[in-house]
Write a protein that binds this ligand. Sequence first.
Ligand code: FES
Length: 102
Amino acid sequence: MIVCSCAVISDRDIECAVIEIMSQGPAVLPTPGVVFRHLNKKMNCCTCAPVAVSAIYRAMDRLQDDTRVCPYALAEARARLVRIEERRARREDQYATSAGAA
Ligand code: FES
């Protein structure tokens, strides 16, 4: 399935990239930007970002099920990704609140 039509990236490409990224050690998180850079692609319209995030999580789930990557590294990466998403959501809420007050 094509995830990004601008850069022509499939869910299989994302899964392979996540495997390689997670094999580099726990310091690197498979965020959409990291995955796209790993594939030597650039996001253009960013419409695919939510689908790319879902594909990354699905790839991490499959890796955990297959035990191809250390489960502790996957759990740590998933927790860090969730914290990043929570921070982004808080920033958007703050921006929406301040924009509504103005
Ligand atoms: S659809 Fe992925 S950058 Fe446009």
